[in-house]
Design a binder for this molecule. Structure first.
Ligand code: PLP
Length: 386
């Protein structure tokens, strides 16, 4: 048996159910049961494990010629954590390398009155360089997956009111693709301005992203464009399993945290589903709290969820907490005034949910902060009454 870079190998497609089951088993056992059987660069037996290793973002695969050989092989031996760590000098030869390798995003302990023995850590996703948000990860994941199926595509269409659209428009610029982003009539400010500056075609359509979706999908088909459709694309949550979730795990281990819970906000449910999938299998003692806007509140990037809908995996947040836009802004402003960091409104909502939850068991909690508050200055100023 020997180790080979996964990117050198090819395998046939497998069913989603088989893929998820193999990922679950690897996350639970922290290993792969046996090597992949290969002939040259083709996997002839073990395609399911090959795809599971890819989505877990391992660097290497254990291979043997012709027949699978016994293991188990620990994930660490396959470079499981390599993609969660940057090179020492953070020096990169191009933007694509920056995007994949400049990891992890920082995690920082927040000063605050959280309750006895409770420590709160913020994972700062505005450190992603394109959209200054967690959505760089989603955009990279869905676009690379789509391009691997359709390498000749030159156009990419997506429906997004801000961060995903910006990340896709920026990635398209970096890769020489043309982006068309459908934005709802309500979109204003940072999002549409960034899209125009990045050279994307902006189509204003519908009063919400959901409304524009069917016609955008039809137009993408007619014009031969890639349409990732982040709302239904399994590459969205799967991307966060091998990146965002893995980084939290690695950082929590490094800091020696007694990790009790993670607060995540719900938009497409991409990062929440990825984090729930990872932790429910690898660290089932860690609770995942989903955060959504309370009835009648508008918090950019997140939306009220239909409880009957989820991704095709059983792992999901243990609890959903409603937060009003005022609570989200008040929490963001309070954190800014005690820590000097201005969270975006969804990050503020995650903190507000933690405070609302009350009576937290002593230990460590992570709030995922999707973007920076500079995008929402007008909202914060009007909340302050200025
Ligand atoms: N917060 C912000 C600022 C966002 O832009 C988004 C998604 O666009 C989210 C939270 C929710 O993330 P997800 O779509 O992964 O549920």
């Amino acid at each position: 048996m020997r180790l080979r870079p996964l990117e050198e190998l090819k395998a046939e497609e497998v069913s989603l159910e088989e893929l998820l089951n193999s990922m679950r088993s690897m996350l639970r056992s922290n290993s792969v049961a046996s090597s992949l059987a290969v002939e040259g660069d083709r996997v002839i037996d073990g395609a399911v494990d090959y795809w599971a290793l890819r989505w877990l973002r391992c660097r290497l695969a254990p291979v043997s010629e012709g027949l699978r050989e016994g293991g188990p092989i620990p994930l660490e031996a396959l470079g499981f954590y390599d993609n969660a760590m940057s090179n020492e000098y953070r020096a990169y030869r191009d933007v694509m390398e920056l995007l994949s390798n400049d990891r992890p995003t920082p995690m920082v302990m927040l000063r605050g009155d959280w309750g006895p023995g409770v420590r709160v850590w913020a994972k700062l996703e505005w450190y992603n360089p394109l959209s200054l948000s967690i959505k760089d990860r989603t955009a990279l994941g869905v676009l690379m997956e789509a391009l691997s199926r359709n390498p000749d595509a030159r156009k990419i269409f997506e429906v997004s009111s801000s961060n995903t659209g910006i990340a896709l428009a920026a990635l398209s610029a970096a890769l020489g693709l043309r982006a068309r982003i459908y934005v709802p009539t309500t979109a204003e400010g940072f999002g549409p301005s960034m899209l125009r500056i990045l050279g994307a075609e902006v189509v204003v359509r519908g009063s919400s992203t959901v409304e524009a979706l069917p016609s955008a999908i039809a137009e993408a088909k007619a014009e031969g464009a890639i349409m990732p459709n982040q709302f239904e694309n399994i590459a969205n949550p799967l991307t966060h399993v091998g990146t965002t979730a893995k980084e939290i795990d690695l950082q929590a281990n490094f800091l020696g945290l007694k990790l009790r819970g993670i607060f995540v906000t719900l938009g497409t449910r991409g990062h929440s589903a990825g984090i729930a999938f990872y932790f429910k299998n690898r660290r089932p003692d860690v609770k995942v709290f989903g955060v959504q806007p309370a009835e009648g509140s508008i918090i950019p990037g997140i939306r009220r969820q239909d409880p009957s809908k989820w991704w095709p995996m059983a792992e999901r947040p243990d609890e959903i907490i409603d937060v009003t836009d005022s609570e989200a802004m008040d929490s963001a402003i309070a954190v800014a005034r005690t820590n000097g960091l201005l969270f975006g409104m969804s990050g503020g909502a995650a903190v507000a949910a933690l405070l609302k939850k009350g009576k937290l068991e002593e230990g460590d909690y992570v709030v995922v902060v999707p973007d920076h508050g500079i995008k929402y200055l007008d909202r914060y100023l009007s909340r302050l009454g200025d």
